[in-house]
Design a protein around this ligand. Structure first.
Ligand SMILES: NC(=O)c1ccc[n+]([C@@H]2O[C@H](COP(=O)([O-])OP(=O)(O)OC[C@H]3O[C@@H](n4cnc5c(N)ncnc54)[C@H](O)[C@@H]3O)[C@@H](O)[C@H]2O)c1
Length: 257
């Protein structure tokens, strides 16, 4: 397996929403950096394909099918890490969803519930069970939550998504302050537009959107999902030992405007 310096050598990393996009890319970056992985997603067949690819390159991978809005499923994924590898060192809480962008007064209550459920309750449940496992093992840990540029300002994606991603930053800061003394670091990514199933959905609905967004981005492009994965893996690594409660922009400079 090619090495990128082994930032996570000897560490156990859980990635949620690992069946596609940024989650799958982070699993690949984590594996190249020496992590033993637990991959969680609802689409188990996609996880199995990714796991086979990574194991062929020498990585240790365990798969947990499940939904991040289910406490039982999340607990099972964390338990898999502990049972298989003895502990959980790091987690990338990345699973997320969005809906058709709409004006607030025209947004369905069901869409609001769905977006808040996955993006906020999902991160909440993941942190809760990950932190319990980290505290039980007593050697600290690192958690990275995937927020968004919509976590720091309003975007065209709709109020529920913007509210949910702001809430992820609140959870991140609160947990960072509560568990710093236990050696657990908690950070977030303010991720900019990244090529994935989620962004493709936006471009299919609005084909001019990609060009518009490219033009607005200082780097003039959309991120490759591995560029987001690199940031997540660095924040999970000991290289980021004094970084906690932070929001790292991974957006090609979009937040600088
Ligand atoms: N793509 C972008 O431009 C962009 C920008 C900013 C933030 N993000 C965030 O990045 C994260 C990953 O999204 P992506 O762009 O890779 O899109 P994606 O659609 O490829 O990935 C989302 C993943 O989350 C999983 N997921 C959704 N609901 C789930 C649930 N209830 N339980 C378990 N897994 C669930 C999906 O199955 C999928 O694997 C999301 O949190 C998203 O909000 C994406």
């Amino acid at each position: 397996m090619t090495s990128e310096g082994g930032l996570l050598a000897g560490k156990v990393l859980l990635v949620t929403g690992a069946s596609s996009g940024i989650g799958a890319a982070t699993a690949r970056v984590g594996a190249r950096n020496g992590a033993a992985l637990v991959l969680m997603a609802r689409r188990l067949h996609r996880l199995d394909e990714l796991a086979a690819e990574l194991r062929d390159k020498g990585a240790e991978v365990a798969c947990a099918g499940g939904d991040v809005t289910s406490a039982e499923d999340v607990e099972r994924a964390v338990r898999l890490a502990v049972d298989r590898y003895g502990r959980l060192d790091a987690a990338f809480n990345n699973a997320g969803t969005t809906t058709e962008p709409a004006l607030l007064h025209e947004t369905d209550d069901a869409d609001y519930d769905a977006v808040l459920d996955v993006n906020v309750r999902g991160v909440w449940l993941c942190m809760k069970h990950e932190i319990r496992a980290m505290l039980a093992h007593g050697t600290g840990g690192a958690i990275v939550n995937n927020s968004s540029i919509a976590g720091v300002r309003a975007t065209s994606q709709g109020a529920p998504y913007v509210a949910a991603k702001h809430a992820v930053l609140g959870l991140t800061k609160s947990a960072a302050a509560q568990y710093a003394a236990h050696g657990i670091r908690v950070n977030a990514l303010a991720t900019g537009l990244t090529r994935s199933e989620m962004s493709e959905g936006v471009f299919v609905r609005d084909p001019a959107a990609e060009e518009r967004m490219r033009r607005r981005n200082p780097q003039g492009r959309v991120a490759d999902p591995e560029e987001v994965g690199q940031a997540a893996v660095w924040l999970c690594s000991d290289q980021a030992s004094f970084v906690t409660g932070a929001t790292m922009a991974v957006d090609g400079g979009a937040g600088a405007w």
